[in-house]
Design a protein around this ligand. Structure first.
Ligand SMILES: [Zn+2]
Length: 61
């Protein structure tokens, strides 16, 4: 299964839609990822505007 990254929220998804924001603007051209376990205590999550835990790409083209 191909992992794609959402261009809107950077969430890494395996379906055809983003499970977080519902966007279908997905990219296979992404690099690096972070796993956010506790969004309220993660400064990376704040930087990327993430409030739901999961796996997110650092760079999405
Ligand atoms: Zn999204």
């Amino acid at each position: 299964m191909t992992e794609q990254a959402c261009r809107e929220c950077h969430r890494i998804v395996t379906g055809s839609n983003c499970s977080v924001c519902g966007s279908n603007s997905l990219s296979t051209d992404w690099s690096g990822f972070v796993v956010i376990i506790d969004p309220s205590r993660s400064c990376i999550a704040k930087k990327l505007n993430i409030d739901i835990r999961g796996k997110y790409a650092l760079k999405v083209r």
